[in-house]
Design a protein around this ligand. Structure first.
Ligand code: ARG
Length: 459
């Protein structure tokens, strides 16, 4: 069914290989339902402008709905090796279904405003789905935090033991990242939700089409203000893949943390068999494939963002066929990020913290050294001096192969005479954690409050 959208001006036949190369139907068929919706709104505008009779408008609308129905029920319906793109497919099927009235639908529009409109409608819906999956992942993080509400974990900088934290605090750190991601998507959605329809090819439609009414019918918050910009703008694609790129950065860092924590060397986290694989050769292995794939797929999404930017940067106004490349980049971004979000939520439901091991690690390796310096500050020592004295105490403890709290009081006082018997209580894990009482700190009371507050933000 290769009904061409142009004919009059052409005398020669197109090269078969070029026609294949030019086609986008194999992937842009995903826009069918959105394009049908936009076409129905356009049809209503044509009717209101008296460019269609009542009967023609009804036949077109019903024909379009029928196409949508068939596309979603009959898997063979979309088998069309010749349709150039989803727009020409729908128009050809419409003419097949209802005859000549179908040939009037394209009055006052171009595939240029048509594709931008359908793509925005489609993406708006997908952004909402991404938002839902992000929320589900955040809920899984809060559940995990609650399963191990009071468990400690070593906190790292430079991947060197730094200070103890609550495991729940670590969970909440990722909660915050995904909260920002949802905010970015919400912001991007506002600009996605702007309607180009009525811009026609580039100059605007030459009929009195009520754009405000079309926008209302399609749920667009705004209409584009310049037809030339409207048909050449793909900022919304870049914004979506850029926001998705940051989602992937966060997923990848979370994956990496869990991969490290699940090694025998760290041994803090255990992955259940549900989300790990074995080795075909080494019988003892349990591999975190799910997480490695998430980490690996991040690069693909960054690539899509760069591909879109590069595709756009040299384009003269207005529409150019280069822009057809926007589809696969955005489609793959949405599919990949959705799958990664779902998989990560599954992983989180299938991990367990080895609380004893994590607690043990959180109390070794001089993780309370900063707490000792803070203790000295409370005894009136300037922090710089306290830092120096504590460093010497760490050195003394290291020389004996013990932790700070294992030094005798007079050993400590030989280096820092202001230390008193209360130092041992100050160096416990509970006190070390409990002193981080500032807003955003890891003190258990703060973290428990943060979990409650995070639940509220999510609901
Ligand atoms: N398949 C095209 C795309 O995705 C639709 C717009 C084509 N417009 C044109 N004037 N050739 O960009």
């Amino acid at each position: 069914m290769g009904a061409k959208l142009w004919g009059g001006r052409f005398t020669g036949e197109a090269d078969a290989g070029f026609l294949r190369f030019n086609r986008s139907f194999d992937f842009d068929r995903r826009l069918l339902a959105a394009d049908v919706r936009a076409s129905i709104a356009h049809c209503a505008a044509l009717r209101r402008a008296d460019l269609l009779t009542e009967e023609e408008a009804r036949a077109i609308t019903e024909g379009l709905l029928e196409i949508s129905r068939r596309a979603s029920t009959d898997p063979d319906y979309l088998n069309d090796a010749e349709a150039e793109d989803v727009h020409s497919f729908i128009e050809a099927r419409l003419v097949q279904l209802i005859g000549d009235a179908g040939r009037k639908l394209h009055t006052g529009r171009s595939r240029n405003d048509q594709v931008a409109t359908a793509f925005r409608l489609w993406l708006r819906e997908e952004i909402d789905q991404l938002n839902e999956r992000l929320r589900a992942l955040q809920a899984a993080l809060l559940d995990l935090a609650e399963r191990h509400r009071d468990a400690a974990l070593p906190g790292y900088t430079h991947l060197q033991r730094a200070q103890p934290i609550l495991f729940a605090h670590w969970c909440l750190a990722y909660f915050e990242m995904f909260e920002r991601d949802r905010d970015r998507l919400r912001d991007a959605r506002r600009r996605v939700n702007t309607m180009p329809l009525g811009s026609a090819a580039l100059a605007g439609a030459s009929y009195q089409l009520d754009r405000e009414a079309m926008a209302r019918a399609l749920g667009f918050e705004a209409i584009t203000r310049n037809s030339l910009d409207a048909v050449s703008d793909r900022d919304f694609c870049v914004e979506a893949t850029a926001a998705a790129s940051l989602v992937m950065v966060h997923l990848s860092r979370l994956a990496e943390d869990i991969i490290i924590y699940a090694t025998t060397e760290f041994g803090f986290i255990e992955l259940s068999d549900a989300v790990a694989t074995g080795s075909s050769l080494m019988p003892q292995k349990k591999n975190p494939d799910a997480l490695e794939l998430i980490r690996g797929k991040a690069g693909r999404i960054f690539g899509h963002t760069v591909a879109l930017l590069a595709m756009l940067k040299g384009l003269p106004l207005a529409y150019n066929k280069d822009m057809q490349e926007d589809k696969e980049a955005v489609f793959d971004t949405v599919d990949t990020v959705k799958a990664c979000l779902e998989t990560m939520a599954t992983v989180l439901r299938n991990v367990r913290l080895n609380e004893a091991r994590a607690r043990e690690a959180a109390t070794r390796g001089y993780m309370n050294a900063t707490e000792l310096a803070d203790y000295l500050v409370r005894k009136g020592v300037p922090f710089r001096d306290a830092h120096e004295l504590t460093g010497r105490l760490v050195l003394a403890a290291m020389a004996r192969g013990v932790e700070l709290q294992d030094l005798a009081l007079d050993e400590m006082r030989a280096i820092a005479p202001m230390i008193e018997g209360d130092v041992y209580a100050a160096l416990t894990l509970d006190r070390t954690l409990g002193s981080k009482e500032v807003i955003g700190g890891t003190a258990p009371a703060r973290v428990h409050e943060a979990i409650r507050e995070a639940r509220q933000r999510l609901s």
